[in-house]
Design a protein around this ligand. Structure first.
Ligand code: IMP
Length: 235
């Protein structure tokens, strides 16, 4: 575990723990920052961009868990020599529709077939889903976000402890018969959470961020990090 120079150059002090988000998306980093700060001032958050990395990781696994763990593992191997203590967080999200045996699931971003093999747009994917669901009576569906956490934390015996686990957030609902609302992204205009008469595209970002699959997964991940730090005796 060599730490001197890289640790200094990354700005992480000996008692710091790097939290590396396996994403280039700075919005996700901005969103997480206050939640992690609340856990411990020892946590220092980095995006891949902050670390000068932009790895191409093919999401080749068959489950959300598999893809989240794959991304966390690849990024962990890229950054682990730069920090003594670190946790890599990686997420994968999918819409799981009962009438379609859980599809689009892990293929949510690339659900609609497109002739030239390029990536389908959100609109392409929603149109494809609605076509498949034309006659479906069972319209139950859920969004699920899995966050994989892979890392190395201090342990009371001084040897360090390997972390390799996942948490998940989910929200149940149903697929509407028509598109509703102009907000959100992806499948939001056709997903109505249970207990609400509005789609994700109609409720506004603030409410969505309180109840969504992603929000619930992030809360669980931060709670888990808190308890891991408590076990390490350093929070
Ligand atoms: P990702 O794993 O966060 O990249 O999500 C994969 C795909 O799931 C996205 O391309 C969207 O099509 C869909 N998706 C993820 N989260 C949401 C959401 O909150 N609303 C609607 N669609 C979503």
């Amino acid at each position: 575990m060599s730490i001197e120079n890289p640790r200094e150059s990354s700005g992480v002090t000996p008692l710091s723990i790097a939290v590396v988000l396996a994403t280039g998306n700075r919005d996700k980093v901005r969103e997480l920052q206050p939640m992690l700060k609340g856990i411990s001032p020892l946590l220092k958050l980095f995006s891949l961009a902050d670390l000068g990395l932009s790895p191409e990781i093919e999401e080749s696994e068959l489950t959300l868990e598999g893809n989240a763990c794959l991304k966390a593992s690849v990024v962990f191997s890229l950054v682990e020599t730069r920090f003594t203590w670190l946790i890599v967080l990686s997420d994968d999200t999918g819409l799981e529709v009962e009438a379609l045996d859980g599809a689009p699931g892990v293929r949510s971003a690339r659900f609609a077939p497109v002739p030239d093999g390029s990536s389908p747009s959100y609109e392409d994917n929603v149109r494809h889903l609605m076509t498949l669901m034309t006659d479906a009576l069972n319209r139950s569906a859920r969004f699920r976000t899995v966050i994989a956490m892979k890392g190395r934390l201090p342990s009371p015996d001084g040897k360090g402890k390997e972390i390799d686990e996942t948490v998940e957030g989910r929200i149940d609902g149903r697929i509407t018969t028509t598109l509703r609302g102009a907000g959100g992204f992806g499948y939001d205009p056709v997903f109505m959470p249970s207990g609400l008469e509005k789609t994700f595209a109609e409720i506004g970002l603030e409410e969505k961020n309180r109840i969504s699959h992603r929000a619930l997964a992030v809360i669980k991940a931060t709670e888990r990090i808190q308890s891991l730090l408590d076990q390490s005796g350093i929070s």
